[in-house]
Design a protein around this ligand. Sequence first.
Ligand code: ADP
Ligand code: MG
Length: 312
Amino acid sequence: MTEFGLIDAIKGLCRALPTNGYEGIGDDCAVFPIDAQRALLFTADMLVERVHFLRDATSAYDLGHKSLAVNLSDIAAMGGRPTATLLSLSIPQELMGEWIEEFMRGYRDLALQHGVALIGGDTTASKGDLSINVTAIGEVELSRIKRRSAAQVGDVIFVTNELGGSAAGLNDIFSGDFDSTFATLHKRPTPRVAEGVWLSQHEAVHAMMDISDGVASDLRHILRASEVGAELELSATPRPDGVSVEQALSGGEDYELLFSASADNAEQLAHDYAAQFGHPIKIIGKIVEGNDIAWFDNGAIVERSISGFTHY
Ligand code: ADP
Ligand code: MG
């Protein structure tokens, strides 16, 4: 059974449960309308030692930052503004004291930067590895929510920045270089909160999500939710020097935003985004009829089997 097969099975097994007004499993966050205009967003992401990080390869401070960053990224992915988090820690004895306090400084400094409250959580001992689970809560105007299911045939597909730096950083870490520029990108991702809020204010933006598992995997979630296909141009993949196209599309953990937008407004949107944030966004392809990704290399269709990261 795969990760996403299990999530589908969980969804199926729990179909008889009440929704109680929540829009649940399947997007970056769950949505709960609080009045006619606004909704709360909820998301949870877990970081487990030896699965998501190696304790020797990261500082406690950076891990605190990353634990929060990946959750803020999911709130941003739906156009929300993060407001609060719950933090649960399962901590081996030897990390109690200075190590975990330094972790909290990393967490706190990013929370301060985004004006996010810490409102609760849980603390337990661990007999082995360190586990971190964060629940983040955000607010969004109902009419501005960007869902994975909103892509339309004819849309262009954008990413907010270069891809693959984090994957290259993971390779650096595995080869013992913990402090390269790429390794730092991997250990300290920047959640695109202001960018997500800005994009949510543009009706031309249709579907949106954050890139946690690589475009090749994450775009397929948009395609499935929207019942459409996509054509991606390999040569248009924005990536830093030293990163291959494959790495950029399958690597994951970039925490940039992936979104579709109406083709008619794409040029204006890209212009306005660059004026607002000081760097360009990039078109990597377009939404078409279908249900999967077709790959193109300089305009010619090519066979590729690029996939992203998945647990199991
Ligand atoms: P993301 O990468 O944006 O955090 P995931 O791929 O982890 O999203 O999860 C996809 C969807 O499945 C989300 O809506 C998430 O809340 C839901 N989900 C994941 N794991 C579980 C689980 N164990 N039980 C219920 N829902 C889950
Ligand atoms: Mg996400």
